[in-house]
Design a protein around this ligand. Sequence first.
Ligand code: FE2
Ligand code: FE2
Length: 265
Amino acid sequence: MKIALCADLHFGSVPIGLEDALREAMEAERPDVIVVAGDLTLRARRREFEAAKTWLAALRTPALVLPGNHDLPYFNLLQRFADPFHRFHQATGTPHLMPVFEGGGGAILGFNTARSWQPHLRWQEGAARRRDIAAAEAEFAAMPPGLFKAVAAHHPFLRVRDEPRARPVRRAGDALRAFARCGVELLMSGHTHRSFAVEVQVGGGRLVALGAPTALSARMRGEANGFWTVEADAAAIACTLWLREGAPGRTDRFSPSPTKSFARR
Ligand SMILES: [Fe+2]
Ligand SMILES: [Fe+2]
């Protein structure tokens, strides 16, 4: 299975033309699926979702799209509580917040961690709902055996050294143990605007956790715009980070960094 992972597109703050360069660079790698791990927009404005919709519609590759904390109504509090994912659903054309992709010998479950309300004021942070964890387990249990299994979410599920924005979502422990029980081997996320690729022990198993840099936004937090490609075969999960070359704003080309390979169990 071959995956392209991008996140934090943040339409509303994208340098002109960069979105086309991103789409072309990812599709040139011929992935089975493109994962868009949330934060399509900057402030969930109508015109930002329109730009996201146009970009998604031009993809020739199946896409698995998730909302991020920036995709919830920011100015319109009434809508934030009444119908928080309305504009997201309109832009992506899917009613699902937990989409599933199956193909290329693998399956990816999209896990929604963006919440319109939480019992504290850090609403930008993520949470895993109990019923979503149970739904994910049921979804994986119904899949045919032998598939390579992955989860994609907007927020990271674990702490990562030297990445202060990588904080576990609420109920991350429960979610990770459930994923491990289901045989999930790869966990993809965005939100940090910085990349990481680490291996973590969960229960009796191991997971590869991959964090994406911001694919398009000018809010880069010290790393160039970029995306990942992941190739899982019988022996290994090979992860390649593609970063935009040169000084910020100077070029729209993405180049691969050395591949990090993690042996499968
Ligand atoms: Fe973001
Ligand atoms: Fe985010």
